[in-house]
Design a protein around this ligand. Structure first.
Ligand SMILES: [Zn+2]
Length: 263
């Protein structure tokens, strides 16, 4: 089973034959078989169900009030509801923590607009010309392209640049962070991806995925997310042992968490 929470994967998946049967307490709309509503103290959460060619049931907590469930094509409705019910508490925790998830700032793409990079605010310099180029030069992020008035193209170039910087920096930080651990970690590699709802995730196979937009946050905050995900290699869920390890290798993690770029 794969379960992580917080700004991690927010995915619960399990072979649909393996979970225990329990009583249901989920309201299902008769008008729409593919949606459910879960009631938590914090409010209602809407669950949409998507059938697909797959072997497992998975729950994706997309936002504080929106959940998607992906299920095998022929999985019976009763089993879908039972699985949803069995993950009730987990969904509550994940959706609560997503309420404080990163907010990607609204950025503008005109000349002089400020863009975050490693916690600093960097002004854009747009230049018309070829070949295309995105580079940090003398305190400015220079973007050269054939049509600098095309915000979508400028944004795509900047995204690529963020990703390149992330690919250069993150492996280095991971290696440095690994040396803080008292035990050998079963780290299998890094994936960098632009994500909307989480900073990082960790798979049971030992692969760590980091949000390329983390490169906007201060170094200490990036190190915190890396430490958090590396701790998952030892303790997969957010239990007491997980936080004990995180505190041991990074005593100031709470302050660092507060530095994450929230827009
Ligand atoms: Zn986590």
């Amino acid at each position: 089973m794969e379960v992580t929470a917080w700004r991690c994967t927010h995915v619960a998946a399990v072979s649909w034959r393996k979970f225990s049967r329990r009583q249901l307490s989920i309201s299902a709309s008769k008008a729409d078989r593919y949606s459910r509503q879960l009631e938590f103290p914090g409010g209602l959460v809407k669950v949409s169900i998507k059938r697909a060619r797959r072997k497992t049931l998975a729950i994706h907590v997309l936002s504080a009030c929106r959940v998607e469930m992906r299920v095998p094509l022929k999985c019976p409705w009763q089993e879908i509801d039972q699985f949803l019910e069995s993950r009730h508490g987990w969904i509550e925790n994940a959706s609560e923590s997503l309420a404080s998830a990163p907010v990607v700032p609204e950025l503008r793409y005109h000349d002089g607009a400020k863009h975050p990079y490693l916690g600093e605010s960097i002004p854009l310099m747009l230049v018309r010309g070829r070949p295309m180029l995105t580079e940090f030069i003398q305190g400015r992020l220079v973007v050269r392209c054939s049509d600098p008035s095309d915000e979508a193209k400028v944004a795509a170039q900047i995204d690529q640049w963020y990703r390149r910087q992330a690919h250069l920096l993150f492996p280095e930080l991971i290696e440095a962070c690994r040396t803080r651990f008292p035990m050998a970690l079963s780290y299998r590699g890094l994936v960098v991806r632009k994500m909307k709802s989480r900073w990082g995730s960790c798979s049971k196979q030992g692969e760590i995925c980091l949000n390329s937009l983390l490169i906007r946050s201060p170094l200490q905050a990036i190190e915190f997310v890396i430490a958090h995900e590396l701790c998952h290699l030892q303790h997969f869920s957010h239990n007491v042992a997980f936080y004990r390890l995180l505190t041991a290798i990074m005593p100031d993690w709470r302050e660092r968490e507060g530095l994450l770029m929230r827009g």
